[in-house]
Design a protein around this ligand. Sequence first.
Ligand SMILES: [Fe+2]
Ligand SMILES: [Fe+2]
Length: 185
Amino acid sequence: MADRKTQRLLEGLQGDLERELRAMLQYIFQSSVLLGLQAMSVVPHLRQEGEDALRHVAFLCDQIVNLGGIPKLTAPKFSEVRDLKQMLENDLDLEREAILEYRERAKQAELAGEIGLKIRLEELLAEETDHTRARKNFARLGGIARGSCVLFARHNRNRHVSRFTLYVLRITFHGVSHATSSHSR
Ligand SMILES: [Fe+2]
Ligand SMILES: [Fe+2]
C-alpha cells in the first residue's frame, strides 16, 4: 500500500494522464480538420504536438506503474471546435493547465522522495512551456502570422523541405518584398 504522499502523487499523475490523452486526441483531430492555408501553416505543428502528447502519455503510464498504480486509459472528451481561433484558445488553456499541474506534480514527487521523477516532470513542464509559446505565436493574427511560418520552417528543417518551399511560404504569409529580402540573406 502506497504511503499518503505517494498516493497523492499517483492521483495527480492519473489526472495528468487524462489531460495528455485529451491533448493528443484534440491535436490529432485539429490537424485533420484544418484545410487550405491554415492547414499548411498549423497542421505540421499540431501533428508534432500530438506526438509529444503521446510520448507524455507513455511516460506517465510507466511512472504510475513504477509507483504501484494502474494507468487508466479511457478516451476523454476533447474539444471538437473547427474554428482556428477558438481551437488555439482551447489549446492554450490546456497547455497552461499542464504547466500548473506539472509544477505541482514536481513538488509532490519531491515530497514523496522521488527526486528522479521530479526532474523528469520539470522537463515535461519545460516542453509544455514551449507548446504554450508556440500557441501564442499562432494565436497572433489567427494562426496565419509570422510565427506560423517560422514554426513551419523549424518543424521541417530536418525534413528536406527545399528553400523554394520556404520561399513560397514567405510570399504566402508576408508578400513578395519581404520574401525577396529574406530569401537573399
Ligand atoms: Fe504534454
Ligand atoms: Fe503540450
